[in-house]
Ligand binder design. Structure first.
Ligand SMILES: Nc1ncnc2c1ncn2[C@@H]1O[C@H](COP(=O)(O)OP(=O)(O)O)[C@@H](O)[C@H]1O
Ligand SMILES: [Mg+2]
Length: 244
């Protein structure tokens, strides 16, 4: 059963059909990748699925029954859905550790700053920061981190939520090989744990390695779908990329 499904989902920006009557399904416990040239609507799709922007048409069906045409972004987590951003979003003026604690306590920035954290929250924060290799940086401000470290911190924040459905918007872009391997391994671990992953990615080798199923978008429309090996070998798919 798909955990999230879209039906004729539609979104336009001043005449640009960013997502154009798109019907896709994300199966529970699988890694599904969404690929396509720049501007093909991938981030818009993630924004629609997480209530960041309003839907113009069609619908989003979660767990087979809840229908969203007007989901709000703060409600999304109630359905076990979380995401990362292509342009990493952190609390810049807060230490690395607090960036994770805010997610764990869900009390907002001010409350969590003054709250005495439970041993459970601190333990969980340590676990996820160690997993991405940032425990040693826990007292540094987020704004002082390198680009790759920022992406790793965002992954740590996702891990801290314990969400069942995780949307990753270009999590590997710009990472050095060592950091990239950490994120690839985390994706594999999440799959073993039964989590559902929706992956936006450009690196075709990683798509082949990780995905159970892929969707190829072109100008907001579905160009192709299926197993990565066969879809990525298709001529029209290769041409869509060459046309970039
Ligand atoms: N907030 C916005 N305002 C206006 N146009 C937008 C906005 N977000 C996306 N678009 C346009 O929608 C199309 C799809 O963009 P996007 O979803 O970011 O593509 P991708 O993530 O595949 O690169 C592009 O033409 C882009 O310029
Ligand atoms: Mg994008």
């Amino acid at each position: 059963m798909p955990i999230i499904e879209t039906k004729h989902l539609y979104k336009h920006f001043d005449g640009v059909r960013a997502v154009d009557h798109l019907s896709v399904a994300f199966e529970k416990g699988q890694i599904t990748s969404v690929v396509g040239p720049n501007g093909s609507g991938k981030s818009t799709l993630v924004n629609l699925l997480t209530g960041m922007i309003p839907v113009d048409g069609g619908e989003i069906v979660v767990a087979g029954s809840v229908r969203f045409t007007k989901i709000k972004s703060h409600e999304v987590k109630d359905y076990g859905i979380t995401r990362t951003f292509q342009d990493v979003r952190l609390f810049e003026q807060m230490p690395v550790l607090d960036n994770v604690l805010v997610v764990l306590t869900e009390r907002g920035v001010f409350a969590s700053l003054f709250e005495k954290h439970s041993p459970y929250h601190l333990e969980k924060a340590e676990e996820v920061l160690r997993r991405v290799g940032l425990w040693g940086k826990r007292h540094e401000l987020a704004l002082g981190l390198s680009y790759g470290q920022r992406k790793l911190l965002e992954i740590a924040r996702v891990l801290a939520t314990d969400a069942d459905t995780i949307l990753l918007d270009e999590p590997f872009a710009g990472l050095f090989p060592e950091m990239l391997k950490v994120v690839v391994d985390i994706c594999k671990e999440l799959k073993v744990k039964g989590k559902t992953l929706i992956l936006i990615e450009h690196n075709m080798d990683l798509i082949r390695e990780l995905s159970d199923h892929i969707y190829v978008l072109d100008a907001g429309k579905l160009l192709a779908e299926g197993k990565p090996q066969s879809v990525l070998a298709r001529r029209d798919v290769i041409e869509a990329y060459l046309g970039e």
